[in-house]
Write a protein of this length. Structure first.
Length: 535
């Protein structure tokens, strides 16, 4: 009997040693979940200053870490391109926007950085993790290529997918060409009370429940909330109907004061940026204007509230499966609050709100977008702080251990997420993929040490460009300008995070240095040349 046990033990060891590294490490490696909000501003969740109840997101922050200076790529699809690949959006082919149901409209630009879908010189996070033995799932908004099926999630590394291949859609009744897709098949909304935020979460949970526990999994949950159109469940709107009658000036001031109490800015008096120049003081609005625009904000808040409740459902499922402690969850937003269509009181007719048939820019207005981005100025699309600053929360009890509720102030940005995930997963980034295509190398830094110690490898320079809005950050210095402009604006973020005092005239040599660095980056990363300029 003893001899038989020895033989069985030897065979088991031999079998273990012959397994690939990915299989040997399954028990140690975390599940990984990325949760992306859509068009949600820096201050729109409770742990970043909001009055909107977000207890489940706040719970992740309380038991994890928050970043106060994390940056996105200023708009939906460029951010998604960078998040999924670890590359700058122009390197992936989505320097401007992804192609829409209307057609491959960016082909006319004729330059490599603007083809409008993920090229084959990049590897998605799903592709990299699948190679490392992960099962890969996605629910929600794809927005990285539409017209040909080889641009869809299952053809870019995902085992299962449910959601919207194109961009904005109805929350209640998505339909072609902005309809729903399950794996590679177009499907219809299910049930009378359909709501995208609920459905995306339900499918994410279904994918997890069908998952074989022997394998770790990667889930990308990309909500369309709170992107326009304004559509929320009646019972959620009811919670906020009176809240915003106080007006945007009062709410914005309260958010700023809460941010100071939370310590988001290291105790610095960063200052609240002035109200947007086209936005009137609240008391100058007519009674009807106040009533209608307060309701718009109530619907927007309800969209965020519903997202948080659904994140709570996902957390409960992880707890039920005893997976929460060894799951790395990263929550962030794709850009700053959205002012589209750049009207003080919002886009679309008031009667269009909550109309399932509507999908356009029925929105909450520039005044409330200003609140969403407290304390910063500007919005989605711009490379000022209001356009590119995002909440980022990381929760991983087993991996981050005692790090609970801490705020990390070192700046970082989206190209750092892929290296972070690869390190956590013990996965490799390929040099060649897609039948021998050379893959652009990563330039980001893993954030694992930053999460654990509050300090990590820091970028010497950080670069942005979207729709001719340019920016470069060097330490605590930041420059912004329009591409056609000759002169940059320079800000010292040590004392001026809200970018109110242009000091470029006092530092001409620094401006020249940073301009040279930005130009070098733009040429080497397919930002330039542009055949056509956006209007």
């Amino acid at each position: 009997m003893t001899q038989l046990l020895k033989i069985l033990f030897s065979l088991s060891v031999l079998l273990w040693l012959t397994l690939p590294l990915s299989a040997q490490k399954k028990a140690d490696r975390p599940n990984i979940i990325l949760i992306m909000a859509d068009d949600m501003g820096y201050s729109d969740v409770g742990c970043y200053g909001s009055e909107i109840p977000t207890p489940n997101i706040d719970r992740l922050a309380k038991n994890g870490v928050r970043m106060s200076s994390f940056y996105n790529q200023a708009r939906c699809c460029p951010t998604r391109a960078t998040l999924m690949t670890g590359l700058f959006p122009h390197q992936t082919g989505i320097g401007q926007m992804t192609n829409s149901p209307k057609g491959d409209q960016f082909k006319k630009w004729g330059t490599e950085g603007y083809i409008g879908y993920l090229n084959r010189k990049c590897v998605t996070m799903a592709e990299a993790l699948k190679e490392a033995g992960y099962n890969t799932y996605m629910a929600g908004k794809w927005h990285l290529g539409y017209h040909q099926q080889d641009r869809w999630p299952l053809q870019r590394g995902y085992d299962r997918y449910y959601g919207i291949i194109s961009g904005a859609s109805s929350y209640f009744a998505p339909k072609a060409p902005r309809g729903l897709t399950l794996d590679n098949t177009h499907v219809q909304p299910e049930g009378e009370n359909y709501y995208t935020t609920d459905a995306f979460t339900d499918y994410a949970i279904e994918f997890i429940e069908g998952h074989e526990k022997l394998q770790p999994y990667f889930l990308y949950l990309a909500y369309n909330a709170p992107h326009w159109p304004l559509q929320a469940k009646a019972e959620d709107i009811e919670l906020f109907k009176e809240k915003y009658k106080a007006g945007w000036d009062v709410i914005r001031k309260a958010r700023y004061e809460k941010q100071q109490q939370l310590g988001l800015f290291e105790g610095r008096e960063v200052g609240l940026s002035p109200r947007d120049e086209i936005v009137r003081p609240w008391e100058q609005l007519s009674e009807k204007e106040q009533e209608e625009v307060a309701y718009r904000m109530a619907v927007y808040a309800a969209q965020i509230y519903s997202m948080d409740q659904n994140i709570g459902k996902l957390i409960s499922k992880l707890e039920e499966r005893n997976e929460l402690d060894n799951t790395l969850i990263i929550f962030l937003s794709d850009n700053g609050g959205c002012a589209e269509p750049y009207k003080e009181l919002g886009g679309g007719d008031f009667a269009d709100i909550n109309n399932p048939a509507k999908t356009g820019a029925i929105s909450y207005g520039q005044g409330w977008a200003n609140v969403s981005n407290t304390p910063f100025s500007k919005y989605k699309v711009y490379t000022h702080e209001g356009g590119i600053s995002t909440p980022l929360i990381a929760h991983w009890p087993k991996g981050l251990k005692k790090k609970k509720g801490e705020i990390v102030h070192q700046p970082a940005y989206l190209i750092d997420v892929m290296p972070t995930v690869l390190e956590a997963a013990n996965a490799q980034y390929p040099k060649v993929f897609h039948q021998g295509n050379d893959i652009h190398p990563l330039e980001g830094n893993s954030l694992i040490q930053l999460f654990k110690k509050g300090k990590g490898t820091q970028h010497e320079y950080m670069f942005w460009e979207h729709q001719n809005n340019c920016a470069v950050r060097y330490g605590e210095w930041k420059m912004v300008k329009k591409l056609k402009d000759q002169q940059w604006q320079l800000y010292d973020l040590t004392t001026d995070r809200t970018e109110q005092h242009d000091v470029s005239a006092q530092h001409p040599e620094l401006v020249k240095q940073l301009d040279t660095k930005w130009q070098e980056w733009a040429i080497s990363h397919y930002v330039l040349p542009k055949k056509l300029q956006e209007k």
